[in-house]
Design a protein around this ligand. Structure first.
Ligand SMILES: Cc1ncc(COP(=O)(O)O)c(C=O)c1O
Length: 395
């Protein structure tokens, strides 16, 4: 085999306004160049404590069981589902987006019997339908997606959903991958048993260490399982040895990713979680209103609008893939096309974390208008830019 000749790493300088990852904050990148210490070094143990405390603040919870799972969002997702769901449990999952489907696959692999609560892609779950599904199936576990990245829908009425589950003595798992740190989320107040997330969305941190929190009630179920969780790596009863009081070896934590997450969460605490939610709403509203003023149709109702992921309809006759390519080639700017049932129907424009800044939106709006006009779309860019100027100042 010949010796490969590979040049120095060189990547384009992109602005990330897609469904994630988002732009990483420079302070987080700097934290990632910190030299390693051992994963059981007293200095690292202190960092672990700090990360747990910062995660509790960001999730709005006092749950002792709050950790970063080693791996991407799917790892914290599988840790949640694979530990809480026992073989034979009935698991209620939504059908209104791509990630409800992933919940279903994971629940089946954990040995659960899956039942559904339906809503069309692009709509949230209706609490009345959730109540009917509970009456019909009596599920043990109910999973829902708080921020559906495939459709740009925020699930409202979360306390209503969790109280239905509570009446039926069921456990609630919330997918908060695209909401944590960017959209109002109150784990304790809303009575969510298990919530998981990813770092590469509203926390603006590279993927690799993914937030997870469980209350005592959920952890009691996990620790009294009759058979162990099917994944050794994600078995929370074993991970307890590392993240709990003992601090004993389970696996080697991704130290650099934990440094990164610590810095990303420190930025959340410095800004203040509620101010951070307000910033996401303010900047994404400027984006949404300026696109509407151009004559473009945004896909979500105010009642379930997800500021971190804005779905915009593809105008008639426009090739969505060509628009994304145009933005990437000419502006080094990433947005995404639709997924699953909404493929070819929507653009997905992220406004997450460090990407939820006026500078990003003022780059995006005129560039997108230009890309759409190049495809023959009949829009009014000046009207959009004037709204943007009103909301965010000079463009
Ligand atoms: C809502 C939702 N859940 C789960 C995931 C899985 O996360 P990851 O791709 O980091 O494994 C994603 C990723 O985009 C997501 O948006």
């Amino acid at each position: 085999m010949t010796r490969p000749e590979v040049g120095e790493l060189a990547v384009p300088d992109r602005t990330l306004m897609g469904p994630g990852p988002s732009d990483v904050h420079p302070r987080v990148l700097r934290a990632m160049s910190t030299p390693l210490v051992g994963h059981l070094d007293p200095a690292f143990v202190e960092i672990m404590d700090e990360v747990q405390e910062l995660l509790r603040y960001t999730f709005r919870t006092d749950n002792e069981w709050t950790i970063p799972v080693s791996g991407t969002g799917s790892a914290s997702m599988e840790a949640a589902i694979g530990n809480l769901v026992e073989p034979g449990d009935t698991v209620l999952v939504p059908t209104n987006g791509y990630f409800g489907g992933r919940m279903e696959s994971m629940a089946e692999r954990a040995g659960g019997e899956v039942v559904h609560v339906d809503a069309p892609w692009g709509e949230p779950l209706d609490p009345a339908d959730v109540a009917d599904a509970f009456a019909e199936h009596q599920p043990d576990v109910f999973g829902f997606v708080h921020a559906e990245t495939s459709t740009g829908v925020r699930q409202p009425d979360v306390p209503e959903l969790t109280s239905i589950a509570r009446e039926h003595d069921a456990y609630v798992i919330a997918d908060c991958v695209t909401s944590l740190g960017g959209v109002e989320l109150r784990v304790d107040e809303w009575d969510i048993d298990v919530a998981y997330s990813g770092p590469q969305k509203c926390l603006s941190c590279p993927p690799g260490a993914s937030p997870l929190t469980l209350n005592d009630r959920a952890m009691d179920k996990v620790l009294s399982r009759e058979e162990p969780a099917r994944s050794w790596y994600l078995d929370l009863s074993l991970l307890e040895g590392y993240w709990g009081d003992e601090r004993a070896y389970h696996h080697t934590a991704p130290i650099t990713n934990v440094y990164a997450l610590r810095e990303a969460l420190r930025l959340v605490a410095e800004e203040g979680i509620e101010d951070r939610w307000a910033r996401h709403r303010r900047v994404a509203a400027a984006l949404k209103e300026s696109l509407s003023a151009m004559g473009l149709a945004l896909n979500s109702d105010e009642a379930h609008w997800l500021p971190s992921l804005n779905a915009m309809e593809v105008p008639a006759g426009v090739d969505d893939g060509a628009v994304c390519e145009y933005l990437l080639d000419r502006y080094d700017l990433e947005i995404a096309t639709g997924l699953g049932d909404l493929e070819g129907e929507i653009f997905r424009i992220g406004c997450m974390g460090y990407s939820a800044r006026p500078a990003n939106v003022t780059l995006l709006v005129p560039a997108l208008a230009e890309a759409l006009e190049a495809q023959g779309a009949d829009i009014d860019p000046d009207a959009g830019l004037s709204v943007l100027r009103d909301r965010l100042g000079e463009v």
